[in-house]
Design a binder for this molecule. Structure first.
Ligand SMILES: Nc1ncnc2c1ncn2[C@@H]1O[C@H](COP(=O)(O)OP(=O)(O)OP(=O)(O)O)[C@@H](O)[C@H]1O
Ligand SMILES: [Mg+2]
Length: 402
């Protein structure tokens, strides 16, 4: 920017104010300083990546910029004017929109209804659906986020749901778009599509803040990068001037150890064997079509594929949540093809679901209930035929168990 004044131009221009400038932002939670005097500035029209380890304070900083959390200290300046956001509505009015790490969509509603929810265009006393549909079509076409406004959100793929979230933000007129870990849920082809859309958006003047810890992606898409570590700004650099290894070292604060190759610990015993597994859905449609695989002790087996090709159904059948139409599943050498989920669990099968918020956790229940669930028939939770809920509290506090 300091180069501008030395150009041959007779009328040197003042540098454009930053799209967003955060200065001295501090946010404390009980026992942790999530943001510690953070300085963060994003130039107009750029893609700026915010990187840092888990818990570094990225989401907190962006929630402050989006008015979801109030900073304890520090200032927010948007296009040269200092602002105090008390709610997301204030941030939206200032042109800032955020797509969260976990989508916030109503699955039963259509794309159109989700996009306009809370900012419905009206004609007299009624919602003007035709105008809304028209505007969504136009945004879809010009901004590179194609989607049919009349589809029900539950029927969309993850990548399409993300487009709905982006459209929601654009529909509200945002020109600063915050994306919190947008690629974590996407398959590679969807990542490419997202990046195309982001480039199109910046070409039309939108500024993008992109949170990620996938450094290769960051280097591919970002113009500049800010690294934060334990709540503090470590550096801001042009993406062209760093390597992913340097970024990783800046994130963790020390030199990365060289990778070591360990001896394989895979045993000869087959612990899980699936043979000729077929799972049919309603109308006889094959959800899993003749899958065979075996996993030995200590082995890590990857299952690759684009979402919606039977991975979920395969896993649910292994767990006993979906019935196998034919074929067999053996766990530790015993046939469990038709065994109930509880027995498979007792036999040592565990499961961490893809969508932990929807399937793995009771978010409104206390931690001790979550820890106990599924084990409530075993000690220390079972007392005779009753469940002893008291047993769960000490266990929840015991770090060796949780
Ligand atoms: N609402 C809250 N209440 C208490 N502590 C919080 C709250 N939100 C965040 N924290 C804490 O603040 C710190 C920063 O969290 P934050 O979610 O901002 O990190 P992050 O960089 O987004 O991490 P991740 O990569 O895992 O998303 C963490 O120690 C976290 O536990
Ligand atoms: Mg986060």
């Amino acid at each position: 920017m300091s180069e501008l004044g030395t150009s041959a131009s007779a009328t040197p221009q003042a540098p454009a104010p930053a799209a967003v400038a955060l200065d001295g932002i501090t946010k404390r939670f009980p026992g942790v300083v999530a943001n510690d005097r953070i300085t963060f500035s994003v130039a107009d029209g750029e893609i700026h990546a915010l990187v840092g380890e888990n818990g570094a304070g990225k989401s907190t900083l962006m929630k402050i910029l989006y008015g979801m959390q109030l900073p304890d200290e520090g200032t927010i300046t948007v296009k040269g004017s200092e602002r105090a956001f008390r709610s997301p509505k204030d941030a939206i009015d200032a042109g800032i929109g955020m797509v969260h790490q976990h989508f916030m969509l109503a699955g039963q509603l259509s794309v159109l209804e989700n996009v306009i929810l809370g900012s419905e265009p009206t004609k007299g006393p009624r919602i003007d659906f035709d105008a809304a549909r028209e505007r969504i079509r136009e945004l879809s076409a010009t901004q590179g986020v194609p989607i049919d406004p009349d589809r029900q959100v539950d029927t969309l793929s993850v990548g399409e749901k993300q487009r709905v979230e982006i459209l929601k933000v654009l529909f509200r007129g945002a020109d600063v778009l915050i994306l919190d870990e947008p690629t974590g849920v996407l398959v590679p082809q969807e990542v490419d599509e997202l990046f195309d859309a982001l480039r199109r958006l910046t070409a039309q003047g939108v500024t993008i803040i992109f949170i990620s810890h996938k450094l290769d992606e960051v280097l591919q898409i970002a113009d500049s990068i800010t690294v934060i570590r334990r709540g503090q700004t470590i550096t801001s650099v042009p993406a062209a001037e760093v390597t992913s290894r340097q970024l990783a070292e800046l994130m963790v604060g020390s030199e990365l150890p060289s990778p070591t190759i360990r001896e394989s610990t895979v045993t000869e015993d087959v612990e899980l064997a699936v043979r000729d597994l077929i799972v049919e859905g309603p109308g006889g449609r094959r959800l899993v079509d003749d899958v065979s695989l075996s996993i030995r002790g200590g082995e890590v087996l990857g299952i690759a594929g684009v979402e919606g090709n039977g991975q979920t159904e395969l896993i649910e059948t292994l767990l006993g949540l979906l019935p196998a139409t034919s074929g067999t599943v053996e766990l530790h050498g015993r046939d469990v093809t038709h065994a109930p989920t509880r027995q498979r669990r007792d036999d040592g099968l565990g499961y961490i679901p893809e969508d932990r918020h929807a399937r793995g956790l009771l978010l409104s229940a206390p931690l001790w209930e979550n820890v106990m669930l599924g084990h409530q028939r075993q000690p220390p939770f079972a007392a005779g035929w009753r469940t002893d809920t008291q047993g769960s509290r000490p266990r929840t506090q015991d770090k060796n168990h949780t």
